[in-house]
Design a protein around this ligand. Sequence first.
Ligand code: HEM
Ligand SMILES: *[C@@H]1O[C@H](CO)[C@@H](O)[C@H](O)[C@H]1NC(C)=O
Length: 457
Amino acid sequence: MRCRLAAPLALAALLAALAPRPAAATFHIKSALLRELGGAGAGGTRAARPARSSPTGCPFSGNAAIDNKLDVPESLRDIVKGVDFPGDSGVAPDVPPPWLDRAKFERGQAFARKNFFSLAYAEVLSLIINFLFPGELQPLIFTQRSSTVYSSYKRYLDTVNRVKSWYESDPWKVGSVAYQNMATVRGYHLDASRRLTQLAQTDPQTLKLNTTFGLNGDPAHIWSGPMVERMCEDARAAACPSDYVDAVLKDRDVTTRVHLNQFDMALTQFAFSGLIATYPERFGLHGNLERELDAFCHVWAALGYALGIEDKYNFNLGGLAATRQRTRDVLEHLVRPRLRTVNRDWEHMLRVLFEGLALYVPGSSFDASMLFLMETLGLPAPRLGAQVGRNARLVTSTMTFFMEGVMRVPSVRTWANQELANNLRRANGASARWDDGIRRRSYRYEYLPFPGRYQCS
Ligand code: HEM
Ligand SMILES: *[C@@H]1O[C@H](CO)[C@@H](O)[C@H](O)[C@H]1NC(C)=O
């Protein structure tokens, strides 16, 4: 009986997800109308997930708390110290961590293979968060490997393929696909951090110019509308200034920061594991999965180790409970105050990412995903909700319905994973002509006449 329902339900959800993309944003919305729409917006209004704190009362008030180490929550106290240390410990590539539990690792890998769709979506959503941190965003702008829809599409397809290989073979077995990919990725990371570090010494001005799109004038490819401003207004209402975070993470100055440091690496572990471990039902994972999720955290603890993360900065060491605690603390203490730092660079890198992603993950929409993320985090986003429009809000609620409801049906889960696998296979084998088509496409944001405000906070 349940399975009979699956196909039509899935179809309905898919059709809704594939509904026409939101029409071009309305630039000027009267504030009264905006407020009214905001009340009905999808952001953070669900009863089950209330906002975790009121807009009043700032725990860290501006400059006051800078030197107060007590403001760093216990679970992150060691990890944030990683900002001073290079991200690759130089560990031998064929030596697994001494604490590796092979059986657990393989169980976690099997879980990841079986639920790749959920994992992939959680990771993409996390990038919205991770790009709020200059240490994550600026190196990507600098290498110019994901700054257009086409290059981003290629870059993240490569990323998905490589990460997938880490779920499929033994990363410490010399010659395995996972091993080779580990070596390649460590090479990329070392190369990027070396180039950034060297330029900081020889030519800091160029470093500044090449890690942003909009310092001097606004090139046409900057995609930005009022969205950042609405987000910023929501963020301002929801949290206090981020001086404290700046002081702890020391990441605002691109010329003095340690590039691709141990903290940046740990934050990327968070991107791969934090949301899925903490809000599994938001990504279609249901039932008692504690053991599986714990094994999955072990996988990421071990992969982090293999990429050069030292144990004291490892986000996933300590298993599921520790990962969840750190995730909550990252969201509350680092992300919430940083939401107000959204800017054009952030938006551009995410828009190209989602446009590229939509080529193999149907229904990927940046606007809807933004709302979906805010809802997941329990952060109210009334102005953002009004800004992105009714269509995006509809996609968001369909996604919620699909993830929290429809995905309970085992055959739907299987179907979703299969669908993603098929699309990936197709994208990997795509012809040069298909690639050319993507390169030549144009996107509505490219023509936005809206100058906007460059920096929010
Ligand atoms: C657990 C931590 C991390 C994992 C698992 C990871 C994973 C990956 C993977 C799979 C690739 C290959 C992409 C490709 O083949 O094109 C890659 C490349 C790269 N990663 Fe990471 N990464 C991590 C941390 C970081 C951090 C903290 C940064 C800082 C921004 C970073 C910056 C880069 C850069 C610059 C490249 C080269 C490709 C490009 O320029 O976009 N990674 N990473
Ligand atoms: C900086 O960006 C310019 C323009 O994209 C490029 O030509 C130049 O090679 C970059 N410099 C460095 C050091 O990366």
